[in-house]
Design a protein around this ligand. Sequence first.
Ligand code: AHR
Length: 537
Amino acid sequence: MKRREFLSTALAVAAAGLAPRSGHASNGLVEILLDEPIGAIAPELYGHFTEHIGEVVYNGIWVGENSKIPNLGGIRKALVDHLRQLRAPVIRWPGGCFADSYNWRDGVGPRAQRPVRTNFWDNDTQLCKAPDGPQKYDPNTFGTAEFMRFCQLCGAQPYVAANVRSLTPHDFDEWVEYCNSPAGSTTLAQTRAGDGSREPFNVTYWGIGNESWGCGGDFRPEEYAVQFRRFTSWVPEYGLKLRFIGSGPGASADDPQVSWTRGFLANLVATRADLLDRLYGLSMHYYCGTTGKGNSLEYSADEWYQMLWQADVMDSLVAQHWQAMGEYDKERKVKLVVDEWGAWHSTTPLGPPYLFSYVPSLRDALVSAITLDVFNRHAEKLAMCNDAQLVNNINTLFLAVEDRFVPTTIFHVFDMYKSHQGGRSLRMVCDAPEISCGKGKHLWGLAGSASLQGKKLVVTVVNPHASEPQAAEVSLRGGEAKSAQVTVLTAPDIHAHNDFDHPAAVAPKTEPASVSGSRFSWTFQPASVTKLEIDLA
Ligand code: AHR
């Protein structure tokens, strides 16, 4: 059967009177088009974000050299071990909103002599209830050299966000000098050597501000274009190709904020078209759940679907911003960077100092899987994506309180999906009965992504149905399965989660999968993330 006939047959079956949320017979389709590559999946799409906010840096990452908590020069060892397991490609720092209040000079030189400064988030109503501590008054113990050491230990590249709101381009140039000037060459290279690194850090990813339309300066797009030009003119390069990332919009499900993308790019190219060459990537932030910010562990089935629907909005946001970028960047030199994403809930069971932290559940695992699948499917458009945030915060992979440490449901999704890193994204067509999310909205019945490295095909699929399995015919167009293994992340209860008392309540299960040939049947469990790793004949 030709592909088009096969698809239309499956679509007809799917449309044949299947009520939303009904029991699902074998009426789904997952078709992988091995001859239709989309683009390479940059490992950087699996990046992380760490801000001086709440207990992300202090306690989460930095426990101090004299701590009883196992550490590597003050950095929490369990965190490093898990990030190495994930092959974490890149880590963004120091913010977030904090970045545009941060003077990097406060975080260099002998630690004991560094100044204590009021943290950007000190005014937050929740943090006001917390006792005085590093979350409110930053001791600057964790500065540039400590962050670089953290990245080196994890095997990740650093991505540093510059302060555009309250420092100058000259300060930025000198931060680059501190990081990248050759050993022994400058006074700042000597300061760096005193901080433990004679050799340069060779930082290439530099964010030019953060949320410059808001906490990063309340700029209009045309004003930010001026700042971008100033901050990226004649920055010392030291033989590196610096990759400047422009501050993009904060998109929401109701408003993609494409006007910022257009306004910034129009003003940039209006000055000189070749200024696009300075823009390696343009960022976009998208948090699902920002309206209402409900409880992370208490939700109805409707709220489950609504959150997953919101996560899926990322797909159209990437497409819309990419289209807008193409109006100004005809040669497609600039890539999109989603440098903050995740599900934002309002609960903070760990207490006031743990600003924006919550216990992620199976729902957040599916949010993350849906999002990573979107990134894979748009691999040709995206240079980097950073989950917000790594530990003790929104969409967190880890909870870390003193000597207690637990990988969350989201960690397991990153662990499963790391097999996509560096693969070639392939077009994949899914079809299954849609699910009603209320208010006239519908969510697909199955979705995912596929990638190929050599003869190894990786297919990830989300079944969002809260209670029903979804059977499907899996079709490999242009190849045949020789052997396979499957990994499934799910739980009997959609509210399941890992916490300190139940560290493995939700954990993936891997086993051999008996599949062969170019077509086989597969049943995707309810509320699940499935990875099929297929060796092609
Ligand atoms: O991740 C928390 C905050 O969300 C970041 O500081 C900011 O960039 C965004 O609004």
